[in-house]
Ligand binder design. Structure first.
Ligand code: HEM
Length: 138
């Protein structure tokens, strides 16, 4: 996994903390955007979507909280990635999900979504999901 700098991690964490009080809106926007830009992934979500929103946000919070702790993050990301193979998720789906996530973060953060914050999120999402893809689809 590409190493994130301490500044990147701080930017991701701080912006995520800022959006946390609006996390319901974040997840609503995220899934709406995902299903709009990638309707082909909609049938993969077979369970209750409001539960899925909670699970996704909870796991995202754990990941954001573990970014500097590779010993915790890597095995958790590997397990998550293997589960996603079972759900029918393909490597190509990861960038689409990343785009929807960053887009919804930008909507929620408004002027607080700066180019520096966007770059830190791009790097962090790429690092975590790059590791997920490499471990689950090798
Ligand atoms: C860092 C990225 C991701 C995180 C943190 C994440 C998180 C989660 C979590 C926590 C669950 C629930 C697992 C459980 O039931 O225990 C889940 C399920 C799922 N995720 Fe992800 N996910 C990510 C990426 C993706 C991608 C790229 C896709 C592609 C479309 C995807 C599609 C799904 C699907 C289809 C399910 C099953 C939903 C259902 O059963 O209805 N996820 N994800």
């Amino acid at each position: 996994m590409d190493r994130l700098s301490a500044v990147d991690i701080e930017r991701v964490r701080h912006s995520f903390d800022r959006v946390w009080s609006e996390s319901q809106r974040l997840s609503d926007l995220f899934y709406a955007r995902l299903f709009e830009t990638a309707p082909e992934v909609r049938p993969l979500f077979r369970g209750d979507l409001s539960e899925q929103k909670q699970k996704f946000l909870g796991t995202l919070a754990v990941i954001v909280g573990s970014l500097e702790n590779a010993a915790v993050l890597m095995p958790a990301a590997e397990t998550l990635a293997r589960q996603h193979v079972e759900y029918g998720v393909a490597p190509d789906h990861y960038p689409v999900v990343g785009e929807a996530l960053l887009w919804s973060m930008a909507q929620c953060l408004g002027p607080h979504w700066t180019p520096e914050i966007a770059a830190a999120w791009t790097k962090a999402y790429g690092a975590v999901t790059g590791h997920m893809i490499a471990s689950a689809y090798a």
